[in-house]
Design a protein around this ligand. Sequence first.
Ligand code: PLP
Length: 388
Amino acid sequence: MKRIYLDYAATTPTHPEVVKAMLPYFTDAFGNPSSIYSHGQEAKGALEEVRDKVAAFINAGSDEVVFTSGGTEADNFAIKGVAYANEGKGNHIITSSIEHHAVIETCRFLERRGFEITYLPVDEYGLVDPADVKAAITDKTILISVMHANNEMGTIEPIAEIGKIAQEAGIYFHTDAVQTVGHIPVDVNELGVNLLSMSAHKLCGPKGVGALYIRKGTKLISFMHGGEQERKRRASTENIPGVVGFGKAVELAQQEMSEETQRLTYLRDQLIKGLLERIDRTRLNGHPLKRLPNNVNVSIDYVEGESMVLNLDLEGICVSTGSACSSSSLEPSHVLLAMGLLHEQAHGSLRFSLGKWTSEEEIGRVLEVLPQIVAKLRAMSPLLKSQR
Ligand code: PLP
C-alpha cells in the first residue's frame, strides 16, 4: 500500500537534493570548522555560505544568525537568554496561550524561578489581539513572545502589528517562525522582531538543526558554554552536514515557495470543502483565511481523534490529532481549548498538513476514506447514542 503522508507540520521527508548536498560533509569534507588547515576551512566556508543564505532569506544580516539544534533550542535560547540578561530591568514576559510547548514550557520554567508570565488569550480563530499585548505591558516587561503561525490549527498571527507595539514600548520581541519559514514570506524587518526561531526539518531539511535570528544589539546571554563557536554565542562543534542541508532546503524553498503556496492553498481548500460537505457536524478550526497554505484542522463531533488517526493509518494515511509532540498524551490540545472548543470537540480533532509531495489524488483518497471511517466509528459511539 502506498502511504499518504499528511503530517508535514510534524516533520517533512528530507528532500533528495538536500540529502545529496549533505553527503560529502560526512565523508570527504568532514573537517572541523575551527581547524585552521584547509580541510577545516572548507567546512568553515560551507558554514558561512549557509549563514549568508539563511540570513538573506529572512532579510537579516549574516552576523545575526546563530545555528542551533532546532526550533526548541532556538526558542529556549531566545526566551531564557533575554530573561536572564535583562533581569535587572524587569521580570515580566508576555506570551500567548497557544504557543508551542518549546515556548510555553520555557516560560513555565522561568515562572517557577520568579519571573512573571502573562499568557494572552486568543479569539475563536486562535488570533492574538494586538490591543491585548499593549494592555499587558508593564514597566517590568522585558520580552514579548508570540508565534508567527500556529502548528496545530495554522492561524497566522498579526506579528507586524505586535512588532510595532513592542518597538514603541522598547521591549524585545521574539517570534517562533518554525511553521512559517519556507512556507510563507518571512522578513524580520517587516515583522519588527528582535528574535526569530527556525527549524530545518519543517521545510524538507534534516532534523536536529535550526537557527535563531538575533537582531544586532539585542541583549541576551548564551546558555551553551564551551568553545568559541558561533561568535561565542553557542558553544559546540557545528553540525556541518545538518547546516548544509538546511541551506539547501532554504534554497529550494526560495525557488518553489510562491508556486507551492498556490498549489497547496488549492489542495487545502479542496480538502476543507470536501470534509465539511461529506461529514456532517464537522467544523474548521483556525482562521478561514489567515491560515497556513498547508494546514487543515477540523473537529468532528461524536468521534475520537485517536480512533480516526488509527483507522486512517490502517488505510495508509498519516495525519495527527493536535501536535505530534503531544499526540502521545491524552490531554486535549491546549491550543484548541484556548480557542474555546469544548473538551469533546478538542478530542475529536484532526490535523492534516500538506506538503511538497501531496497530490490531488491523495486528497481525493482521504475524502473517500474518512467519511466511511467516521460513519463506522459513530455507529459504535456512546457519545452519539446518548444524544439520541
Ligand atoms: N515551534 C513550533 C511552532 C513547532 O511546530 C515545533 C515543532 O513541532 C517546534 C517549535 C520545535 O522544533 P524542533 O522540532 O526543531 O525542536
